[in-house]
Design a protein around this ligand. Structure first.
Ligand SMILES: Cc1ncc(COP(=O)(O)O)c(C=O)c1O
Length: 402
């Protein structure tokens, strides 16, 4: 008899009367344009004030996706084309695309296999005299050691952009992620803890950065009348009033969602760390995670089967687990091996005057994290008994393969 015979639960209902009322009110305005007309308020602007307040930021700029928020932040960091930007090879491709769009060169730092994220020393090791910035990704909603990384960036004069797309509600040293660097970028796509359908936002720390992000999210038009119209190339990443209505209505739901995920995830951490050969994603001291999903890995020195065999054995026990977050470290994707970002030529490389050969990149921590990593679905709709089943199945499969 397998450990589990029923499906994992779906996410509980996420949308209700509040969303319907907010969307109807937006439609009643008879315009979905985010910039307020005289004597009107903008739903998007009001939502962003609420987001800035909730996360403890100076201000927040709405965008049309998480990738857009990252692109806006990278652009607003004003790094010269051809500069190197350090990031992680284990992330969503949106992180990397934000760097590529601005004609910058992604440089991959190695990761700690136990966190699947770079540690401060990995960032330091990747710095060259061409480095101008770092995009730090809080993978799974687990904070990086971001204050040490911020200190490195401050010492070296590097822009620090936090990719918090998976980390809504996560804190480090009691402070929201996204407040440690110059820009904190979030996604509100449908898979996230809360959603506006598609959308995102950038947390900014100063008036200057707020206006700059605003310009970069809206074609560098001069909505605020600051005499800076069309001073740089900038896309249209505006959020509509419908998405703003969703963003506003979903925000008050975040704390409850994160609280429940944290109870479940922290318990899973405690129990799995008792199983020999199983390593839950290591959390830095003073980190509170928001568990976008749950990441663990097997220790190949103790577990005798491969990760894929482990996954198949879990499936036989009724537990649908997946391989680590990415199929391969991003430097080994076709995209990077072929540098196929643009047809025929990669302008950033031309401007840099150097050749970047990603075929020669092999980072041992990233290789190990990907080869041994396992991700489990985890959300606020799980019952304690669902976690019991995860624990029982992983314990059994580990025991059978030591
Ligand atoms: C770490 C990370 N960065 C960036 C993104 C991009 O966000 P979006 O899909 O909203 O563009 C995602 C999306 O899942 C992500 O997980």
């Amino acid at each position: 008899m397998p450990v589990r015979t029923k499906e994992l639960p779906p996410r509980p209902d996420r949308f209700g009367a509040e969303e319907l009322a907010a969307l109807t009110a937006a439609l009643d305005k008879n315009s979905l344009w985010y910039w307020p007309k005289a004597n009107e308020t903008s739903i998007v602007a009001t939502a962003m004030e609420a987001y800035a307040k909730r996360f403890g930021a100076h201000s927040a700029v709405a965008t049309s996706s998480g990738t857009a928020s990252l692109h806006v932040a990278v652009a607003a960091s004003r790094m010269p084309p051809g500069s190197e930007v350090i990031t992680t090879p284990i992330t969503d491709i949106g992180t990397i695309n934000a760097i590529l769009y601005q004609n910058l060169i992604p440089v991959f730092a190695d990761v700690d296999p136990n966190t699947a994220m770079p540690r401060p020393e990995h960032i330091t090791a990747a710095i060259t005299d061409r480095t101008r910035g770092v995009v730090a990704v809080h993978l799974t909603g687990c904070p990086m050691e971001i204050d040490d990384i911020a200190a490195i960036c401050a010492r070296r004069g590097l822009a620090l952009i936090e990719d918090c797309a998976q980390a809504l509600g996560a804190t480090y040293k009691s402070k929201s992620v996204g407040l440690f660097g110059h820009f904190g970028c979030f996604s509100l796509n449908d898979q996230k803890h809360i959603t506006s359908g598609e959308g995102g936002f950038v947390l900014t720390g100063t008036d200057h950065d707020y206006y700059l992000c605003h310009n970069y999210a809206d074609k560098f038009y001069d909505r605020y009348g600051r005499n800076i119209r069309l001073q740089a190339l900038a896309p249209n990443y505006r959020m509509s009033e419908l998405d703003g209505a969703m963003a506003a209505t979903q925000l008050p739901k975040l704390d409850g969602i994160v609280r429940r995920r944290r109870e479940l995830g922290d318990r899973l951490d405690r129990e799995l760390s008792k199983i020999r050969g199983v390593i839950p994603q290591r959390k830095p001291a003073d980190a509170e995670c928001s568990y976008f999903f749950y990441l663990l890995r097997i220790d190949p020195r103790i577990i005798t089967c491969t990760r894929d065999q482990f996954l198949r054995a879990l499936a036989k026990e009724g537990i649908p687990a997946r391989a680590a977050y990415v199929r391969e470290p991003i430097y080994r994707s076709y995209y990077f091996l072929q540098k196929s970002f643009f047809p025929g030529v990669w302008p950033a490389e031309v401007v840099s005057g150097r050749q970047y050969d990603y075929k020669s990149v092999s980072l041992p921590g990233a290789e190990e994290a990907v080869a041994t990593g396992i991700s489990l679905e985890l959300h606020e709709g799980f019952a304690d008994s669902d976690i019991d089943d995860y624990i029982a199945a992983i314990d059994l499969v580990a025991k059978n393969n030591r």
